[in-house]
Design a protein around this ligand. Structure first.
Ligand SMILES: CC(=O)SCCNC(=O)CCNC(=O)[C@H](O)C(C)(C)COP(=O)(O)OP(=O)(O)OC[C@H]1O[C@@H](n2cnc3c(N)ncnc32)[C@H](O)[C@@H]1OP(=O)(O)O
Length: 205
């Protein structure tokens, strides 16, 4: 498999792919890095001959960048699921999504494309998660929650049952979300409150 992104998240993905998946890393691409990362040479995306049936993973934490790359490079994006995670057989996970170690995804939950379910995240039953969402490590999402496209659920945050989180919103580290969150909002604290708006293209938390 080829990997886009040799930054922090890229390193975690290399580790997952090499240590705990059916794939090997055949190539690594990053515009901002060169040399070798974890013994793998970093190449330039523009030098690669793409074919539709090659397997890729977009290993970049920025939700908008994952969206942009997935729309530019129409290749095969298998999902990656760490074997230590517990995934209900009554759930669904979209292409290009990664489930990192020790997550739990419960029944009737649907997760979109190119999402990151990061280490230790708990996602309850009947949850809907749109494309390009990042659920950061150790966060907890209760039942019947709806997380719309491109949202970021911060590290250690909790979201109570039935809440909707609008598209491209950012939930701060450790926040407790007890009310619906409008789209493009930044929420922090317990109880979570909107402190500002975020631009669509500016989603790095
Ligand atoms: C494996 C990995 O590494 S995955 C990555 C995991 N990381 C995350 O999930 C990070 C989530 N990001 C955050 O929590 C960030 O602090 C954000 C996005 C909420 C805010 O970041 P910024 O837009 O840079 O805001 P800034 O740092 O200027 O803070 C604005 C105000 O909110 C407060 N604030 C920021 N974050 C939080 C938080 N998590 N909880 C409570 N208050 C917060 C600040 O103290 C500041 O308050 P003040 O105006 O009274 O001084």
């Amino acid at each position: 498999m080829y990997i886009f992104g040799a930054g922090g998240h890229g390193k975690a993905i290399i580790d997952l792919v090499v240590s705990d998946s059916e794939f090997d890393v055949d190539g690594l691409f990053d515009d901002n890095e060169n040399g070798k990362i974890m013994g793998i040479p970093v190449g330039n995306i523009n030098d690669h001959q793409f074919s539709k049936n090659q397997d890729f993973h977009i290993a970049i934490g920025n939700n908008q960048t994952r969206k942009d790359l997935s729309e530019t490079f129409k290749v095969n994006y298998p999902k990656l699921i760490h074997p230590s995670s517990t995934i209900s057989k009554y759930s669904s996970i979209g292409e290009g999504t990664v489930v990192m170690p020790q997550c739990s995804i419960k029944a009737m939950t649907a997760i979109g494309r190119h999402c990151i379910v990061n280490a230790g995240a708990i996602i309850g039953h009947d949850v809907t998660i749109g494309d390009f969402v990042h659920v950061a490590p150790n966060s907890a999402v209760a039942g019947f929650v709806n997380i719309q496209e491109g949202a970021h659920i911060g590290i250690g945050a909790s979201v109570i049952q039935g809440v909707t989180i609008g598209k491209w919103s950012i939930i701060g580290a450790g926040a407790v979300v007890i009310r619906d969150v409008p789209e493009y909002s930044v929420v922090v604290g317990n109880p979570g409150k909107v402190i500002k708006s975020v631009m669509h293209h500016n989603t790095t938390p």
